[in-house]
Design a protein around this ligand. Structure first.
Ligand SMILES: [Zn+2]
Length: 269
């Protein structure tokens, strides 16, 4: 299984490193994507990934400025930093993310978020990289930017929106990241929606250490737990977990490229 969305650097700040990797490997997780949140964090994120690769664990890297960090970053300086970093790390970058828009209360100013988001989508296009999107009360605004950015491809991570929004993202060729939210007994509407969406557009993800599932409430989420999500998804879709897992892995490779499962390589430094 491939975990397409993990904050590995945050996770290993909470749990012993070797145990996280060992549990993931034992659970059948073969690769994960480590997503970025802010320029100051990218070098640390990279060194954590390199350390995991030394243990034989495949870690793909995505870099970006998360909307929660928008107020800490000057827009022009942030975009210049990302542009330079993507060029420098071109050999070892699978995607631009985590980027997006968050319109929940007390988040950074909308104008600041929007300027950073649009600038980052332009950089993703320039480097021909997919984007990993954060969505919170912002699906319609994200869709507007996607529709006017020709050729933009990517995933809306941790998707919990409406069926109508899901279909609109899929119509633009986007994938929807399926996280631990669906493991909660109350997530009846979400599970019904996921049962009906085309499987070719779904990706499996943990968002570890965030969004712990029903079985791990109060504890950090881990890549090792995505098998529990796969089981729930297989159950609601009436499909066989192994075949479903294979399809979801193939979806991840289709979006992020073969480098995802071979991300133990070393690029020239
Ligand atoms: Zn995330």
């Amino acid at each position: 299984m491939i975990d397409t969305h993990c904050h590995l650097d945050d996770l290993i700040a909470l749990c012993p490193y070797e145990q996280v990797l060992m549990r993931a490997q034992r659970a059948g997780v073969s690769s994960l994507i480590s997503v970025g949140v802010a320029p100051a964090r990218w070098p640390g994120q990279k060194s954590v990934a390199l350390r995991a690769r030394q243990e034989g664990f495949s870690v793909g890297l995505a870099y970006g400025i998360h909307p929660w960090w928008a107020h800490e970053v000057d827009v022009a300086a942030g975009l210049a930093a990302l542009s330079a970093w993507l060029v420098h790390e071109a050999c070892d970058t699978l995607a631009v993310g985590e980027i997006g828009l968050d319109f929940a209360p007390n988040r950074p100013p909308i104008a600041q978020q929007m300027a950073l988001f649009e600038g980052q989508t332009a950089l993703a296009r320039a480097q021909d990289l997919p984007v990993i999107l954060h969505e919170r009360k912002s699906a319609d605004q994200l869709l507007r930017v996607i529709r006017r950015t020709q050729g933009l491809r990517g995933v809306v991570h941790g998707f919990v929106g409406s069926q109508q929004q899901a279909k609109a993202f899929i119509a633009q060729g986007f994938y929807l990241g399926v996280g631990a939210a669906m493991t909660h007994p109350r997530a009846v509407r979400l599970r019904a929606m996921l049962a009906a969406l085309p499987i070719e557009h779904l990706l499996l993800e943990s968002d570890a250490p965030n969004q712990s599932g029903a079985l791990h409430q109060g504890a950090p989420n881990e890549p090792a737990f995505i098998g529990e999500q796969l089981a729930v998804l297989a159950d609601v879709r009436g499909e066989e977990p192994l075949a479903l897992g294979r399809q979801l892995d193939a979806n991840a490779v289709a979006l992020f490229g073969r480098g995802l499962t071979q991300a133990i390589n070393d690029c020239p430094s």
